[in-house]
Design a protein around this ligand. Structure first.
Ligand code: CMP
Length: 140
């Protein structure tokens, strides 16, 4: 299995509760390596563009407000099968449906304030990583 990279965001509900370290420990315990990481305040334009695929969804405006409501931590994770592995560690989008032990089951407040984002495919991971990181920011 080839080493893969995925993109991750620790969302404002989690940074507000000082959960960055606890979430990073879960990622690392799952065998993912944090090869780039930056704490930022997303602008409205950045959030609208990043989540552009959801712009027709009823929750889009609320999602953009939420993602700009406080700091987020953008990350690149590396490891075997990193996209699928990260999705497994995150758990289902809706914390009510997430498996025990997953980040969203333990930490998410709601389907919107669900603590983390992770890319859904290697193709989208490459696009999402390039949105926030230059190649020289990523040190494996
Ligand atoms: P994320 O994996 O970042 O992708 C889109 C985000 O929209 C999702 O996590 C949630 O934070 C948010 N969201 C809010 N409401 C919904 C919903 N009904 N279905 C899916 N995602 C939602």
């Amino acid at each position: 299995m080839a080493i893969e990279r995925t993109f991750s965001i620790i969302k404002p509900d989690a940074t507000r509760r000082n959960l960055t370290g606890k979430i990073n420990a879960k990622l690392e315990d799952a065998g993912l390596r944090i090869v780039a990481q930056r704490r930022i305040q997303m602008s409205q334009a950045q959030a609208e563009s990043f989540y552009g695929v959801h712009k027709e969804r009823p929750f889009f405006g609320s999602l953009v407000s939420f993602m700009t409501s406080g700091p987020v931590v953008v990350q690149v994770l590396e490891g075997e099968n990193a996209v699928a592995k990260n999705r497994e560690v995150m758990g289902a989008t809706n914390p009510e449906n997430a498996d025990a032990g997953t980040i969203r089951k333990e930490f998410a407040e709601s389907i919107e304030a669900n603590s983390v984002h992770g890319s859904d495919s290697p193709e989208n991971a490459a696009i999402e990583i390039a949105y926030f990181f230059a190649g020289s920011d990523i040190v494996g």
